[in-house]
Write a protein that binds this ligand. Structure first.
Ligand code: 13P
Length: 254
């Protein structure tokens, strides 16, 4: 059985006071629930990892980075290493988010190296893939996604079965437009197919999350889809009631 994950990506949001309130609200909301097969992961800005780690004692939430350097240490100004994320309590890290691919020109090969370094540091990389609207409309979507995944396979080889993928169509991020269930399932089945071509085990084992305008009212239907194993949530993870509702809806899905 594949792991089910709900991941909150706070992006460039949060502050000392907000974080405290969010943690106490999430802790109350999640207290009574036994999360048998669900992992809830919070990816705040790196500077708040220490504060949140300290607030996490009674909350069934794991921490993740939003990005990681492909380097282990050295003269790389502004970077955060995998060991640093580990020291601050992270179990996961996002890599290759479209906001980094687009704004920071991160190419497939660099994203693959970041995933490799994350694994070497004992972190599970959540590797984001997805197409622009232009790529979708011009029929290039599958080729783009295939290349994004193939670069990771080429770099990680058999370790590919240790990662998590997240399908985030760029046109659905922060726009309020969610991929339809059929569009999401089609893309997820395609991604699983690419992984299966490498190895049957990898295709069966790797969790694939959906991200892009996830809300409480579409979470359950998305999670009910055969190849969607979890959600990567941006804006809705900044409202505790909305995020709690998303977590709870995963209990009622497959
Ligand atoms: P939104 O949920 O705000 O669309 O963001 C999605 C995302 O980019 C999560 O990584």
């Amino acid at each position: 059985m594949r792991k089910k994950l709900i991941v909150a990506n706070w992006k460039l949001n949060g502050n000392w006071a907000f974080n405290e309130v969010m943690m106490s609200e999430l802790s109350l909301g999640l207290k009574e629930v036994q999360w048998h097969d669900l992992e809830i992961i919070l990816c705040p800005p790196a500077v708040y990892l220490q504060q949140l780690n300290g607030l996490m004692t009674d909350v069934p939430i794991l921490l993740g980075g939003q990005d990681v350097s492909e380097q282990f240490f050295g003269a790389y100004t502004g970077e955060t290493s995998g060991q640093m994320l580990k020291e601050f309590g992270c179990r996961y890290t996002l890599v290759g988010h479209s906001e980094r691919r687009v704004r920071h020109q991160e190419q497939n090969e660099l994203v693959a190296l970041k995933a490799k370094t994350a694994l070497a540091c004992g972190l599970i990389p959540i590797i984001c893939v997805g197409e622009t609207l232009e790529e979708r409309d011009s029929g290039k979507m599958n080729a783009v996604i295939q290349q994004q995944i193939q670069s990771v396979i080429d770099c990680l080889k058999d370790d590919i079965s240790e990662v998590v993928f997240a399908y985030e169509p760029i046109w659905a991020i922060g726009t309020g437009i969610t991929a339809t269930v059929d569009q999401a399932q089609e893309a997820h089945a395609f991604i699983r197919g690419v992984l299966q071509q490498y190895s049957e085990l990898c295709g069966q084992k790797v969790s694939i999350l959906y991200g892009g305008s996830v809300k409480a009212d579409n979470a359950q239907v998305l999670l009910g889809t055969p190849d969607i194993d979890g959600l990567l949530v941006g804006g809705s993870s900044l409202m505790s009631s909305e995020f709690l509702a998303i977590c709870l809806s995963s209990l009622n899905s497959k």
